[in-house]
Design a binder for this molecule. Structure first.
Ligand SMILES: Nc1ncnc2c1ncn2[C@@H]1O[C@H](COP(=O)(O)OP(=O)(O)O)[C@@H](O)[C@H]1O
Ligand SMILES: [Mg+2]
Length: 267
């Protein structure tokens, strides 16, 4: 096959075209076009039920769209899988099954070493190094289900590190975690970005999104807006995405936000 014959927008971390996803009669995503440049810390933002989780699942191939396609660094997911790490929304993962933190991190190597190969000392060492990077090495032998939400997210970030993923997708990693963990998670994600990785995060909190992320896609089943944060974080766009739910956001970063910019300030 000619090299790159199915390459499509190889310069983009993520290229999504005409994507429509349904659950039975429910249209969760409608005709989404989205182009995410590489090396950015990207927020996917929208109200509850706006299709954010569905979008990530369609990107990693967990859901089959009724129309459209996705390219990751120019390739379909079937050929880009090893370059992509995905962390579920927490509520969706049942951690009742027994797995230690070290085992969870080592899973990040399975695409390279193969599922049936024994985990060697070098693999274990690599996993410990990744855990040290996220400050979780003391928890290596704990059951993953026993950790707090924030600690679990750090372990999943360690798994993405060891996988050497170029595109890391996380679904609400900061939901329900304490402020200290939130800061740690954010600095780990920034660190990934600073190493040239592309990081795409579903983020639930409009009051913090502007300061924390470089780039944003606003979603409400349709794509409302996409681009650099300062271009997209506008009253008109937020209103278009959130409509009547506007009261949920007031940017807490007061000194940076001119009163006229305060979306929802009248509410
Ligand atoms: N497994 C499913 N079966 C049926 N409907 C679903 C399923 N998952 C999500 N939905 C519906 O699809 C829409 C988008 O859901 P989701 O992507 O989870 O939104 P978000 O992550 O933005 O809250 C919602 O209306 C939701 O109820
Ligand atoms: Mg969700």
């Amino acid at each position: 096959m000619a090299a790159g014959s199915d390459l499509h927008e190889p310069g983009l971390a993520l290229h999504i075209e005409d994507l429509t996803v349904r659950y039975g009669a429910t249209v969760a995503l409608w005709d989404i076009d989205l182009d995410i440049p590489p090396g950015r810390l990207v927020a996917i933002v929208g109200p509850n039920g706006s299709g954010k989780s569905t979008l990530l699942k369609a990107v990693v191939g967990l859901l089959r769209p009724v129309a459209g396609h996705v390219r990751i660094f120019g390739q379909p997911i079937s050929r880009a899988r090893s370059r992509v790490a995905y962390v579920h929304q927490r509520a969706e993962v049942d951690w009742d099954f027994p797995a230690t933190v070290l085992e969870v991190v080592t899973m990040g190597l399975y695409r390279r070493i193969g599922w049936l190969r024994p985990v060697r000392k070098t693999h274990r060492r690599a996993a410990m190094e990744a855990l040290a990077e996220v400050g979780m090495e003391a928890f290596a032998e704990r059951q993953i289900g026993q950790l707090s939400g924030g600690q679990q997210q750090r372990v999943f970030i360690a798994r993405a590190l060891i996988q050497q993923a170029d595109l890391v997708l996380l679904d609400e990693p900061m939901a329900g975690v304490d402020a200290v963990s939130e800061d740690i998670i954010l600095s780990l994600l920034r660190n990934l970005r600073d190493r040239g990785k592309s990081v795409v995060v579903v983020h639930h909190d409009l009051s913090t999104v502007r300061r924390r992320f470089d780039w944003m896609a606003l979603l409400n089943r349709r794509l409302i807006a996409q681009g650099e944060m300062h271009d997209v974080y506008t009253p008109a766009n937020l209103k278009a995405a959130y409509g009547g739910q506007m009261a949920v956001f007031a940017d807490t970063d007061a000194e940076e936000t001119a009163p006229s910019e305060r979306v929802g300030g009248q509410l």
